[in-house]
Design a protein around this ligand. Structure first.
Ligand SMILES: Nc1ncnc2c1ncn2[C@@H]1O[C@H](COP(=O)(O)OP(=O)(O)OP(=O)(O)O)[C@@H](O)[C@H]1O
Length: 267
């Protein structure tokens, strides 16, 4: 499938650098998360260690209940850890108090959720710049213009969410995540509510942002086709990382998932 690049090819950073050191945008080390206790105790994450490299697009897959959302929430500072470590850049999340965590999330992390989480009373551009407004940061106008244009939202900026289609609303949500140029974007089933064409457009946009902007993207998905847009896929089962695939095709992802399913049935 050929997709046109939404970003200029003259990226502000080198798009590949054999000699460039590998920078890690986020890292989990022996991360465990336990919910409840006694009979209701659930080990959602069991000593997970994983790196998310800068300018890499990672998909997280695995059966329902395998810990995908928990991993993302712990990495994004939305949930506390039971043990181990989660870092964004060099910052150990457990060392931050609530205020510092909030500041880190606002300044350094972008989110795209399945529910678009747009404020109904704000129009599109107000929603896009809201996190920066809250953080007291002035948006880079040229950058904002570029995102808005490439997302095809120029004619929709004064529309409120209720006046936009689902695909348009999700593009506003992605524009909002990209606008502050966060170190890492966490996306939870970002195409879950979209038709396949809107979903493909959105994934193409996220994919292009990786080399063009050196954006780091981590996406939870159930969909092998969505996962195939990523540079690598990690597979979770029972709170552990059980496999990883680089340069995934949808078929390869599907085969891997089928293999887990059949193991699950025979074990
Ligand atoms: N707040 C919570 N309280 C108790 N248990 C929880 C909580 N959140 C998650 N869990 C449990 O932790 C485990 C992992 O859940 P998680 O939502 O991370 O899985 P998932 O892979 O994202 O699932 P799905 O694909 O269905 O969204 C599950 O057994 C779940 O029931």
């Amino acid at each position: 499938m050929s997709r046109s690049a939404p970003f200029p090819t003259s990226a502000p950073f080198p798009t590949s650098g054999a000699a460039a050191p590998v920078a890690v945008a986020a890292r989990a080390t022996e991360l465990s998360k336990v919910y409840g206790q006694g009979e209701t105790r659930v080990v959602a994450l069991d000593a997970v260690s994983v790196e998310f490299r800068r300018a890499e697009f990672t998909a997280i897959m695995g059966p329902s209940g395998s810990g995908k959302s928990t991993l993302m929430h712990c990495m994004a500072g939305l949930d506390s850890l039971s043990s181990g470590s989660a870092r964004i850049g060099d910052v150990e999340l457990a060392s931050l108090n609530d205020r510092e965590l909030t500041r880190l999330r606002r300044g350094r992390v972008g989110f795209v959720f399945q529910a678009f989480n747009l404020l109904p009373t704000l129009n599109a551009i107000e929603n896009i710049t809201l996190p920066m407004d809250i953080a007291g940061r002035r948006p880079d106008q040229a950058w904002l213009d570029q995102i808005v244009a490439t997302m095809g939202l120029s004619a929709r900026l004064t529309h409120r969410p209720s006046q936009l289609s689902g695909g348009q609303q999700q593009r506003v949500a992605v524009a909002r995540a990209l606008a502050s140029q966060p170190e890492i974007i966490f996306a939870d089933e970002p195409t879950g509510n979209l038709d396949s064409r809107s979903g493909a457009e959105l994934l193409g946009f996220l994919q292009e942002s990786v080399p063009a902007l050196r954006q780091t993207v981590v996406m939870v998905t159930h969909d092998p086709v969505a996962a195939s847009y990523a540079d690598r896929v990690i597979f979770l089962a029972d709170g552990r990382i059980v496999d990883e695939l680089r340069g995934p095709s949808a078929d390869a992802v599907l085969d891997r998932m089928k293999a887990f399913d059949s193991k699950g049935r025979t074990n």
